[in-house]
Design a protein around this ligand. Structure first.
Ligand code: ADP
Length: 472
């Protein structure tokens, strides 16, 4: 394979790093530039030192580049070439090649380009500073010590300057063109990859959602048949115990499947918010009923604080609001070993026909580390895994909560002190259907535990990570 073909292959190889490809291009372009300048120097009878330098450079630069590319140490190669150019080539071109008025000046521009494109980190900054000092020294020397510079006659100066200017201009053209090509290439590739990832994501979501549907049907049959067993008067203690185990596991499975179904629906953009008129004094006790037993069983206090001024009937997606609050309360209970969880609900006027429903769920639990906050609402992300390894969870709950809040054009925020507890606050704008204030809601009266509750309590004892909102 010819050398030229090898170079073009490397340049076209998108598997190589951007820095490596640019390095090859610039050294290749520099070698050609140096050769052209050498021919020009010979024509104008340039000083022998500069001619030797250019012959040396046209051999050393490509060899160094090839050596370093071959052994995959581009960074070192780029630095060595930069040191050679800055400390050897430029000073010689300046002193023996006619000072500022000849080829030195355009080449300085090219070296600035080389340093900024090929070097990285501290090296780039340091070499830039050295270049500025070098240019200053060149001006200083030419002004105060012109006799150490080998000046050309006017014609040679013009020719040298002209050749250098054209060569450097051409090299800048090639490098900028190549950069632009690489940028477009990267852009197209990124776009293709995003498209492919989106398609894969959609296919996955379709699969999850149809699978979840398929799985739900048999689970519901199992739970239905199991319920028949539980209701039989002649069932023995042992059968009831087994049937309750089936019921607990089945409901947990159903909860997980529902979470996955919700998640894939949201991802596929097919989750719809269905607003209805709902009575606040009915919704809130229902929510509390779904979770308070779990808090009770863990020995946690459950504080409820509901603003009596909330309008009694609001218009919004009651089912999804319940899902959000129950999810937050379940997490509060799940991640709290002692102390309390609390639910605080209040409303704030938005305009004549709307209020902001502000729901805060607080706990005195394990809290969330500050650095984990950015990942908190990401799907399948469980934070502080080491500490939470014994607590069941999929990492889907908060992701669903946030997406539901977003769909309702609301806001969710978290305040947490690691080791002390967390407060999740949701703010949802709801239409007012009936202005009459809800007044004091007597939630404790609804808590009266019937036989169904006892039954659920037993189930929960067996299933600590239970998704309570699925129970009813
Ligand atoms: P999971 O199924 O793991 O509970 P979530 O999406 O509901 O998933 O929550 C994501 C992570 O956020 C949890 O794994 C947990 O580490 C953390 N988290 C959520 N709520 C709380 C809370 N009230 N207190 C402490 N950590 C919490």
């Amino acid at each position: 394979m010819t050398l030229f073909k090898r170079i073009t292959d490397r340049l076209a190889d998108s598997g190589k790093s951007l820095q490596e490809r640019l390095f090859i291009l610039i050294t290749f372009a520099t070698t050609i530039g140096v050769l052209v300048s050498l021919i020009g120097d010979i024509i104008i009878g340039e000083h022998i030192v500069e001619i030797i330098l250019l012959i040396g450079a046209s051999i050393i630069v490509p060899l160094t580049a090839l050596f370093y590319v071959r052994y995959n140490i581009v960074k070192i190669g780029a630095r060595i070439i930069a040191l050679g150019v800055v400390f050897v080539m430029l000073p010689i071109v300046f002193i023996f090649g006619g000072g500022l008025e000849a080829g030195f000046t355009p080449w300085v521009v090219f070296v600035f380009l080389y340093v900024s494109l090929i070097l990285t980190g501290v090296w780039r900054v340091v070499m830039m500073i050295i270049m500025v000092i070098e240019v200053f020294l060149a001006f200083f020397t030419e002004y105060y010590y012109p006799n150490i510079i080998h000046f050309h006659d006017k014609v040679s100066n013009y020719i040298d300057f002209f050749i250098s200017l054209v060569v450097v201009g051409f090299e800048i053209y090639i490098v900028v063109w190549f950069q632009k090509r690489l940028f477009m290439e990267e852009n197209n590739r990124a776009r293709e990859e995003t498209k492919r990832a989106d398609e894969l994501n959609r296919a996955q979501n379709r699969f999850f959602s149809s699978m979840s549907h398929e799985i739900r049907t048999p689970i519901n049959s199992i739970l239905g048949l199991n319920e028949l067993i539980l209701r039989r008067d002649d069932a023995s203690e042992e059968i009831i115990k087994d049937a309750m185990n089936i019921s607990g596991s089945g409901k947990m499975l159903l909860g997980l499947v529902n979470d996955i179904l919700d998640f894939s629906k949201i991802e596929a953009g097919s989750m719809e918010i269905i607003p209805v008129d709902y009575r606040v004094e009915e919704m809130l006790p229902e929510i509390v009923n779904m979770v308070w037993l779990r808090a009770n069983e863990k020995g946690l206090a459950f504080d409820i604080n509901i603003d009596p001024n909330i309008p009694s009937v609001l218009f919004g997606d009651e089912f999804r609001i319940k899902q959000i609050i129950v999810n937050l309360l379940n997490n509060a209970i799940k991640y709290t070993q002692e102390g309390s969880v609390s639910l605080h609900v209040e409303s704030e006027r938005s305009d004549d026909r709307h209020v902001f429903l502000i729901i805060s769920v607080s706990d005195t639990g394990i809290g969330i580390r500050q650095e984990a906050m950015p990942r908190l609402f990401d799907a399948f992300q469980r934070v502080d895994e080491e500490r939470n390894r014994l607590i069941e969870g999929t990492g889907l709950g908060l992701s669903i909560v946030r997406q539901l809040v977003n769909l309702m054009e609301g806001e969710i925020s978290v305040n947490s002190v690691y080791g002390q507890g967390s407060t999740f606050t949701v703010r949802l704008r709801q239409e007012i259907s009936n202005e009459t204030p809800v007044g004091n809601i007597n939630i404790s009266a609804v808590r009266g535990a019937g036989s169904k509750r006892k039954h659920e309590s037993m189930l929960r004892r067996r299933m600590p990570g239970f998704l309570s909102w699925m129970i009813i």
